[in-house]
Design a protein around this ligand. Sequence first.
Ligand code: VGL
Ligand code: ZN
Length: 204
Amino acid sequence: MTEALIVVDLQNDFCPGGALPVVDGDAIVPLVNRLLAQASVRVLTQDWHPPQHRSFAANHPAAKPFDRGLVGGVEQVLWPVHCVQGTSGAGFHPGLETDWADVILRKGGNGALDSYSAFFENDRVTSTGLDGYLRSRGVEAVAVVGLALDFCVAATAVDAARLGYRVRVIEPACRAIDQAGALAAGWAAMDDAGVTIERGGVLR
Ligand code: VGL
Ligand code: ZN
């Protein structure tokens, strides 16, 4: 069975010092590089927002970062400005071996809607095209790693499972934002979708 490795949003803004830092987000880079070296199909995703993106609290009058709000009719967290197209914060962590990538998938480019999952925007309908790419390559299973475990990694894993892929999330190669119960919700959603979680001793 051909398995693809999907490395989610391992970008400067999600690492310490970035605009929406995930604690220890950079600590996964060496392990992710080892997983890339072993994978047969390799996808990197990049959160890639226009400056006017509606997921930014700054674009909602009176909202503060981490408040909840409506983005394209979907209730979600409103974020600090992050991963703006073309900025250094939107770049990959400098230690990530991006030369491995078969595909670099940019998501979140529609300013009116957010896109956590690598497969669908947050309306759950608009496709990114990744499913078609993976099917064309004969992929039947995916391993998902990266940032943030409770948002884009979980959404990607759940969608992959719904689309019929066998899915494993390699936990030591992920880190979470863990904001307002999001991590517990992410685990529950992944569990319901039939995602396997590898808590992997040897991988650490
Ligand atoms: C992400 C919040 C906002 C993620 C992206 O990559 O998990 N989280 N945009
Ligand atoms: Zn984002």
